[in-house]
Design a protein. Structure first.
Length: 735
């Protein structure tokens, strides 16, 4: 008995193959019609190519000629389609015409095979060849367009121009469509791969090509996704030398008009190299609104001469950076920064002078100035109650001429605000902010009322008033802390001035600042609360571990209502402070006497508890605390900054500026003035600028290093590695 042979599996339906086998002539005619359509498309694209070729060349020459005159004009490549794009389309359309026409001619001219199986085999081969040809044409078309439009990938990912994404995704979709067509065309022919060696080779070859193609598409998609989520630049410097601050990025992204930067420097200038890297980063972040042109004084004399004639006010006879704001036909606003303005010295966390690159804050300040149409904001300083004198004077402790010069250099207009006796006083509507700089007497009632009115009314342009108060430690006529006259205004914003004086335990290292053994010096520390609240001033000064402040007054933040009060600086948590009710002319001596009195009580008769109870009134009178005390408080209403209160006025005086120069040995040690400038930026709801300098660091080799060892040890390791690999290969081959 013979075993029953297994039933062969039912053949899978192949509708395309059966259609081609049963409707051979009709499919042939259909392919010829499709070939004619591709031929017409080829002719149309060729005609478009010939029509745009001449104008493009003319426009390109004109563009090169007028590039310096109008760097913002749209170039010919952007204003009309590229000639190359039409050529690519015409060539691929012609390839499709040949493929479809050849397939149709073969079906119409060739004789059908005699048997059904042979007809199916022939149909499968036709589908395979025709599908592979058309799929390959689509793949080539997508790849060429992807290469031709590759600039859109950079604009999409680096510059954030989402409209450019279609020029990246469309070629990829064409490639995927071509690959899908090749894959689908190979499926019917798989029935012949075991019987036909040529078909098998064709299928395997097409599969390999599809695998490489899919790998390319996946890599592109993965890179696009990663680039959208992860920064494509890595700054490995310790100080973040080549990373833009969030404030700078915010200003660049918000530019309403284009800005053209001309960097005019000789080659091999270290400062110029850092500046050019900064400008390149700005160009990438500005979404097309910030353009950079590098000019060499020796190689680009004609271009520089043209700029000098257009902007005679700029100092273009020297190296530096020229910024020009405005679109086509409106490029009158400009600013020039000299080369020596990009590097200076600043104190580090230990007070040592170090060189810093301040190109970013300089550039940001100029951009803000140009963005405001070169209109200087007016800051009014009250000058009626013994405040820091803007005009200067013999007593540097009570003078603020340096602060005035600093603010004017940073494009503020400093205006005194005085209250004439018997005359009505009003804060002008054009006041960007009002500053009360450490008064030594109570403000006149008329001026206090004017400030209250300024802070409560809505200005004609819709703004609210802004107030900066420097309320240092000043004694009134009664020996108690001075009543400034603006306490009611501050309390409405959740800020309260203490009614006691503030001193600290002696610290001889700080004695040079106050000549009282450092008892009048508070070491200010930034609060984590301000950093977590993303306060711009706190973020800008976050790298400073400490900031010395003289003659401070304790503040208190009482949040509530519509205001949010944030404590920005506090006294050093590791240092005791004490707060008497009366002014101490010699706080170091008062602290010594206090300790002597307590020690006498502790050394006297009685139990330890009795002695502690006897000393308790003295301790309570001094209000000794280990906890930090608030020194600087900022208050805002929602996102709008309103009030900044400093329990110190010394930091804005000329004495602080001289102390910085003497202590840090720096020609431009402006750390305390930077704090004031950043505060004015904050109250005006502008990005803070002053604290974005990048410190230069120098790597020093460890003592005792050998230059010979630096050369021979790596070379020896390389030779040993090569020899080891060779020995390993020899051992493996021997086995």
């Amino acid at each position: 008995m013979q075993p029953t042979s297994p039933t062969p599996p039912a053949a899978r339906p192949e509708p395309v193959t059966e259609l081609l086998r049963t409707q051979r002539q009709n499919v042939g005619y259909l392919l010829l019609v499709a070939s004619a359509v591709c031929l017409a498309l080829t002719g149309w694209l060729a005609l478009k190519t010939s029509r745009i070729s001449a104008p493009v060349e003319a426009t390109k020459g004109e563009k090169d000629k007028d590039k310096l005159d109008n760097p913002f004009a749209r170039t010919s490549e952007l204003s009309q389609p590229s000639r190359t794009d039409y050529i690519i389309g015409a060539l691929v359309a012609f390839a499709g015409c040949v493929s479809l026409g050849g397939g149709g001619a073969y079906l119409l001219a060739g004789r059908p095979k005699p048997t059904v199986e042979e007809q199916r085999t022939e149909a499968r081969q036709v589908v395979l060849v025709l599908g592979a040809a058309l799929g390959a044409a689509l793949i080539v078309l997508g790849a060429l367009y992807f290469y031709s439009w590759s600039e859109s990938l950079t604009k999409w990912l680096d510059q954030g121009e989402r409209a450019e994404s279609k020029w990246v995704l469309t070629p990829l979709l064409i490639v995927v469509l071509g690959g899908g067509l090749m894959f689908a065309a190979a499926q019917p022919a798989r029935a012949e791969e075991r019987n036909n060696a040529r078909v098998r080779q064709f299928i395997y070859g097409s599969n390999f090509g599809l695998t490489v193609l899919m790998l390319f598409v996946v890599l592109v998609i993965v890179n696009v996704v990663v680039a959208l989520r992860v920064p494509n630049k890595l700054d490995t410097t310790q100080t973040g030398m080549y990373t833009l601050s969030p404030q700078t990025k915010q200003v660049l992204e918000a530019l309403e008009q284009p800005v053209q930067a001309y960097s005019i420097f000789q080659e091999n200038d270290p400062v110029a190299e850092d500046l050019n890297r900064l400008l390149a980063n700005c160009q990438d972040s500005a979404r097309g609104k910030f353009r950079v042109t590098l000019l060499n004084p020796a190689l680009n004399k004609a271009e520089i001469a043209k700029l000098r004639s257009e902007y005679p006010q700029a100092e273009l006879s020297r190296e530096g950076l020229l910024l020009v704001a405005g679109g086509e036909g409106d490029r009158n606003r400009h600013s020039f920064l000299r080369a020596d303005e990009f590097e200076e010295s600043k104190p580090d966390a230990q007070g040592r002078p170090v060189p810093v690159f301040n190109g970013e804050p300089k550039l940001l300040r100029e951009l803000l100035f140009l963005a405001e149409n070169k209109q200087k904001p007016k800051v009014y300083f009250t000058q009626s109650s013994g405040e820091l004198a803007l005009a200067g004077g013999a007593d540097r402790r009570r003078s603020a001429a340096g602060l005035k010069a600093y603010l004017e250099k940073n494009y503020f207009e400093v205006v005194p605000l005085k209250a004439d006796p018997g005359a009505p006083t009003r804060v002008p509507d054009d006041a960007a902010a009002v500053v009360i700089a450490d008064p030594t007497a109570t403000l006149p009632p008329a001026l206090s009322d004017a400030i209250r009115d300024y802070m409560t009314r809505t200005l004609p342009d819709g703004r609210k008033g802004k107030l900066v108060v420097l309320a240092g430690q000043q004694a009134g006529v009664d020996g108690k802390p001075l009543v400034t006259g603006v306490e009611p205004v501050l309390q409405t914003f959740g800020v309260r001035l203490s009614d006691r004086f503030l001193y600290a335990t002696p610290d001889d290292e700080l004695g040079a600042l106050d000549r009282a053994r450092g008892t009048r010096v508070m070491v200010g520390r930034l609060t984590q609360q301000a950093v977590d609240a993303r306060n711009p001033v706190a973020l800008g000064f976050n790298r400073m571990s400490a900031l010395a402040l003289v003659d401070c007054r304790e503040l208190a933040a009482t949040p509530g209502g519509n205001t949010q009060a944030v404590t920005v600086f506090v006294s050093d948590p590791g240092r005791q402070t004490w707060s008497p009710a009366r002014y101490e002319p010699d706080p170091a001596r008062a602290w010594t006497e206090f300790n002597q009195r307590v020690n006498r009580i502790l050394a006297g008769p009685g139990t330890l508890d009795e002695k502690r109870r006897a000393a308790q009134p003295l301790v309570a009178e001094m209000q000794i605390r280990d906890e930090p005390r608030a020194l600087v408080v900022f208050a805002s209403e929602g996102p709008t900054a309103r009030v900044a209160v400093f329990g110190c006025g010394w930091f804005a005086s000329d004495d602080a500026e001289r102390t910085a120069s003497d202590r840090f040995g720096s020609r431009n040690a402006t750390i305390w003035l930077d704090l004031m400038g950043s505060t004015l930026d904050w109250v005006r709801d502008r990005p803070t600028v002053s604290a974005s300098e990048k410190q230069y660091t120098v790597y020093q080799l460890q003592p005792g290093y050998s230059s010979m060892r630096l050369v021979w040890v790596p070379l020896g390791l390389a030779l040993v590695s090569v020899a080891g690999l060779g020995a390993g290969v020899w051992v493996v081959r021997r086995k």
